[in-house]
Design a protein around this ligand. Sequence first.
Ligand SMILES: *[C@@H]1O[C@H](CO)[C@@H](O)[C@H](O)[C@H]1NC(C)=O
Ligand SMILES: *[C@@H]1O[C@H](CO)[C@@H](O)[C@H](O)[C@H]1NC(C)=O
Length: 398
Amino acid sequence: MERTILLLAAMVLVAYYVYIPLPDDIEEPWNLILEMTKLKIVVDLVSFAEFLGINHFMDSLQFLIRLQEVPATSDENVTVTETTFNSVPVRIYMPKRKSEMLRRGLFFIHGGGWCLGSAAFVKYDLLARQTADRLDAVVVSTNYGLAPKYHFPHQFEDVYSALRWFLQEDILETYGVDPRRVGVSGDSAGGNLAAAVTQQLIQDPDVKTKLKVQALVYPALQALDMKLPSHQEGSYFPFLPTSLLIRLWSEYFTTDRTLEKAMLLNQHVPMEFSHLFQFVNWSSLLPERYKTDHFYENPTPGSNELAKKYPGFLDVKACPLLANDNILSHLPLTYITTCQYDVLRDDGLMYVTRLQNVGVHVTHHHFEDGFHGAFTLHGFKIADKIQNQYLSWLMKNL
Ligand SMILES: *[C@@H]1O[C@H](CO)[C@@H](O)[C@H](O)[C@H]1NC(C)=O
Ligand SMILES: *[C@@H]1O[C@H](CO)[C@@H](O)[C@H](O)[C@H]1NC(C)=O
C-alpha cells in the first residue's frame, strides 16, 4: 500500500516536472525540456527556501550562478584581464593577433533580470571570447551591482559610469580602440541597460565619443503595461514565464512584494501617469499579426502611494520605451533581436516600430522558433543561429 502511494506520488512529480507545453516548431525539444525541467526544480526549491524564510529567492539563484563562473583566463586567441572602470569591475577581452589598425570596441552588458549573472558567468565569458575573436574587437564585459542588494538606479549608474570611463579618448587609445567604431550591446536586462545608457549618452554633453551602434538582444524595455500579448501568451514560455519576469522587474525597484502584486494585476501605474501609456500602446505599436486574438484595454489606474515609493518603474532610465520621439530620433544604428516564444517579444517589437517611426535605421531579426535565453544556450542550434546573425551584423556595421 505504502509503496503504491509512493510510486504514484513519484509519477505525479515526474509528470509535473516533465510536462512542459512547447510549441511544435521549436527545435531539439527534448534537450530543451531537460534544461527547463532542471530550472523548474531549482526555482521550486529556491521558492520553498524563501517561503521558509531561509534565503531570498534571488540570492539563492545567484549563489547557484556563482558556481558556474570561470576565472579570467587567456586562450590562444584572446587575452582576458580584469580591471575596474570608475570602480565598476569589468572583464576585458583583447584579440592576440597583430593589428595594423585600431580595433572595434564593444561594450557588453550581461542579462539576468537585474538580479543575476556576471561577466564571469561561463555563458557570458564564452560569448565575449567568441565576439572578440570573430570581430577582431576589444570587448569590455561589464559587471554591475545586482538586486536584491542594490535596486534601480544602481544597475543603470554602474553601467553608465563604466561606459563613460571606457569612452574617454585616452582609455580607448590605451586599448587600441577606434573611437569611431564603438558599440554597446546586451541581452535581456543587459539589452535594457544598453538601450537606457545609449539614450542617456546622446543627452550627455561631456562625452565626446559617439556610439556607432547599439545591439539589443531580446531587451526588456518597459514595466508599465504588464498585459501585452506576449505577457498574456507567455505563462509557459521557456526559461522566462510571465510570473518570473514580473518578479524580476519588481525586484529591480524594490524587495517589497506589494509592487509585484500590483504589477501582476497590471494596476501599478497611477492615473496621473496615464499619458505614458501612449509610448507602450501595443494596440498602435505592434504589427497586425501579433494583435490577433487580443483586445486592448486601457490599464486600470493604481495607487499614487506605490508610485511615490518606487518611482523607478515610471523612469525612462528603467523603461527606455518611455523616451519621447525627439530623443529616439538621435539614436545610432540599431540592431534588435526578438523571439516568437518570449514574454519580452512585444517590448522589442514596439521599440522597432517607435525607432522606425522617427527614422532611426533598425535591423530587426525575428526568430520564429526562438525563445528567451536562446542566445546564450550554447550547444543548441538556436543559439548558433541567433549568435551568428548578431555577430555578422556587428561585423558589417560596427
Ligand atoms: C583560435 O582560433 C583558431 C583559428 O580561428 C581556432 O581554430 C581555434 O579554435 C581558436 N581557439 C579558441 C580557444 O577559441
Ligand atoms: C491605444 O491605441 C488605440 C488605437 O490604436 C486607442 O484607441 C487607445 O485609446 C490608445 N490608448 C492609449 C492609452 O493610448
